[in-house]
Design a protein around this ligand. Sequence first.
Ligand SMILES: [Zn+2]
Ligand SMILES: [Zn+2]
Length: 242
Amino acid sequence: MPTFALRNPFLGLVSLIYPPFCAVCARSIEAPEHLCASCAEKASRLRPPFCAKCSQPFAGAITGSFVCANCADRVLHFDAAISAYRSRSVVRELIHNFKYNRQIRLRHQLGRWLAEALEDPRLAGRRFDLIVPVPLHPARQRERGFNQAELLARALHRHSGLPLGDVLQRTRYTTTQTQFDRSERMENLRGAFRLRRGRNVQDLRMLLVDDVLTTGSTLSECASVLSKAGALSVHAATVARG
Ligand SMILES: [Zn+2]
Ligand SMILES: [Zn+2]
């Protein structure tokens, strides 16, 4: 772990400009890489077959038509949610350190993984008018010091040149969702988001951004608000699929 970079403010500063160590194992590496070759290899790419809507992977070969267990019996309000990686091993570890251990510089590597989602056939060649980060409640953002989705959306904005718009607002402080099942998550999030005052998304094609998609309930709630406000389409991209 590159914890010395945090203990030594000078090294921390240097690594922001020129990250010379692997973000996972602290082995010396060449910029502009953020991971050594052996840690980069451990990042698990999401491969088909997976659900066309929520990217939930299926074990084994799929023949004929099928319904994804995650999408069954409910409406997800986004057109499709795409992640290039699974939330496993080094991917999961980096997201955790980014979010909960304030290793902000990890946004560079996570932003790269996020950008890979744009190469998916469901997004490639599609035009987007606005990248929208999933908002945190202001109290949660104060507690964490930043909104991880916003930093990732900014990284994607730099990578793609697409406009960035913080058009959503979280109006309800919801308890952490991790212990909830799918239907409890949906219930917990109902009415938690709204369009910021004075923002107009009429006829815009939106790309929602978050760090991880677990059941898709958060992205779906955000997409529902955008659709009701007149957005033409809402796709979603996340760094990883849980
Ligand atoms: Zn490494
Ligand atoms: Zn699905």
